[in-house]
Design a protein around this ligand. Sequence first.
Ligand code: KIV
Ligand code: NA
Length: 266
Amino acid sequence: SRRVTVRDLAAAKQRGERWAMLTAYDAMTASVFDEAGIPVLLVGDSAGNCHLGYENTVPVTMDQMVMMAGAVVRGTQRALVVADLPFGSYQESPQQALHNAVRLMKDAGVQAVKLEGGERSAAAIELLVQAGVPVMAHLGLTPQSVHALGGYPVQGRGDEAAHQLLRDAKTVQAAGAFSVVLEAVPAELAAQVTEQLHIPTVGIGAGAGCDAQVLVWTDMAGMTSGRVPKFVKKYAELRAALGDAARAFQDDVRDAAFPAEEHSFH
Ligand code: KIV
Ligand code: NA
């Protein structure tokens, strides 16, 4: 069975079919989502905070991305796997972007890469696309700029910011991006961008008007500790379930209830 392709995603927009994307950082989780039929998996640099224990996405390295992306590719058969280019891996020059995108494709085996920024990243997107690398763009809230933004505020509020977002969206489309993530932007603006583009928009905190939706898997499944953003819907309580399993195992060991006869060799 072949993998989903960027052409399939373009055709879905033509047919008005919506699709879901989830993040994945390892082979086991990726295989669960692949078996569930999620068509696109994102090896996001959200791994920084969700998987690797950092404060934010800034410290994530290319070596870490290649390791995680390779695992996600190996854990899947059908999903299109997209990997983030991490902070510092594409801003120096389009050539740097191509060098690192090629690493993700050749060393990890991903089918596409994602990078943040509109007009500021257009030259990099253009070179990658010319070289045969499918590129997903990422506009609105761009978490790699957390220190410049002073946090994670909603983007595209006000006429000036809204016009800039529309310009950025048209620029990444013209540069050849096959899709664009819209993060933390007003629903009305995201719907307007979606209408004006022929490539699919993938919303996160961007309302119901996008062509597709993405969530960070640990948020979506209730694995994240503490508060999650307003735009997250929790579809499970895995953190509680896993904690319960660990406590039950520990209790059984203390009570000599595990291992039982059926778990023992003679
Ligand atoms: O890294 C990530 O998980 C992302 C998605 C939130 C779009 O970039
Ligand atoms: Na990301």
